[in-house]
Design a protein around this ligand. Structure first.
Ligand code: 9MR
Length: 375
């Protein structure tokens, strides 16, 4: 999937914004700016998403790539302005760090960490264990029952990035369709058994005594049988981990929203977050974005649908005291994983458009934070 997201087309168009607070006029002006045209004129005066989120003790962050920050004028300043935190979209994954056994490539991860530090941003660790980003050499050892590559990888990452306060330790362990007992048949499960999640948490804790340790997964958002089963199995996994004393602090709820999946329902989502809270865990909305359903609809309508979905989701999520942060999976549509290379039109499921102007999803997020925090 790497290298996608280049389907850039100038999207400067005029349309009527839905009401988005007092800044709607400013937003309309921002929508007309081309990518890299410099800061929006209001950028210095409008509180950023990070500052608005911080009013409720929460953080706002975005997934980012150092190569894109270097290549795209305007992206770095926008990230630095809006975010309190960056999640490396790919650079801290095992295959990005150690494609060949013992040969480490830290340049991109270090670059992102340096950029974050220079701008006073935190970094979320993403992700220590994910089947899809495990290099082939490590997979074959793990499949043979060997834990030692995991231990060494954790030592490397938690040692080098000791400043990181929050780690996705295990990514995407749930699979209620093709899994075994609802757990994904990944290399860890197949080689090491279902106990790998707890063992990974313990290993991480031994190397990072003060970091917050999370399990991160997707597919919990909608009212359908598959996602209902996924919610149940996820909560059971969390309960089992807590019951056996595994050092788990929180969960990442990815929230890759999808407009083809129907309405979001408070009666589905609220109990889900409440069950997580009952286990003494906090939650981060860790990869928020929206996959569009009808890319042929008029632009204003597309943006309205995306913004409405985000607003509905965040109004529910931010009413939960245990939701501590929101991360969008990228800042600008130009770099979204949802737009394959050359896609035309591109998906518009992030707060900034491809020209790096704020769009209705941005104002929806802002309004949800304000409603949750200021009443
Ligand atoms: O957005 C990421 C994409 O650029 C990478 O090619 C891919 C593989 O490393 O990972 C994508 O991010 C995924 C995240 O790490 C875990 N949840 C699903 C995300 C989208 O696939």
């Amino acid at each position: 999937m790497q290298g996608r997201g280049r389907g850039f087309r100038d999207q400067r168009m005029t349309f009527t914004l839905p009401r988005r607070g007092v800044l709607a006029g400013v937003a309309a002006a921002a929508l007309l700016k081309p990518f890299g045209a410099g800061a929006d004129s209001d950028a210095q005066t409008t509180p950023s998403l990070a500052r608005i989120a911080a009013r409720g003790g929460r953080y706002y962050g975005a997934a980012a790539r150092f190569d894109q920050i270097e290549a795209e004028r305007g992206l770095g300043p926008a990230l630095a302005r809006e975010c309190a935190q960056l999640t490396p979209e790919i650079h801290m994954k095992w295959d990005a760090i150690e494609w060949h056994a013992g040969q480490h490539s830290f340049e991109q991860a270090d670059g992102l960490v340096r950029f974050a530090r220079e701008h006073g941003l935190k970094v979320r660790g993403h992700t220590l264990l994910w089947d899809q980003s495990t290099p082939a050499w490590a997979k074959s050892k793990i499949l043979a029952g060997d834990w030692s590559p995991i231990r060494r990888h954790f030592e490397t990452m938690l040692g080098r990035y000791g400043d990181v306060e929050e780690w996705d330790v295990v990514n995407e362990p749930i699979d209620t369709v093709g899994g075994k007992g609802g757990l994904r048949r990944n290399c860890f499960h197949r080689g090491l058994g279902a106990g790998y999640v707890a063992r990974a948490l313990r290993e991480a804790r031994s190397l990072a005594p003060t970091a917050r340790l999370l399990v991160n997964d997707y597919g919990f958002d909608y009212d359908n049988p598959v996602e209902e089963a996924r919610r149940r199995r996820f909560v059971k996994l969390l309960a089992d981990l807590k019951a056996e004393g595994a050092p788990l602090d929180g969960v990442g709820v990815q929230a890759h929203l999808d407009l083809s999946k129907g309405p979001l329902k408070p009666e589905i989502l609220e109990p889900f977050f409440a069950k997580i809270a009952d286990l003494g865990l906090y939650a981060v909305i860790s990869e928020l974005d929206v996959k569009e359903h009808d890319l042929a609809a008029p632009l204003a309508e597309r943006d309205r649908r995306v913004a409405d979905q985000v607003q509905q989701y965040l109004d529910i999520a931010l009413a939960q005291p245990n939701v501590r942060g929101v991360v969008t999976w990228g800042l600008s549509d130009r770099h979204s994983w949802l737009s394959e290379a050359g896609a035309d039109p591109i998906n518009r499921g992030l707060p900034y458009d491809a020209g790096l102007a704020r769009k209705p999803m941005y104002w929806a997020m802002r309004d949800s934070f304000l409603r949750a925090h200021d009443g």
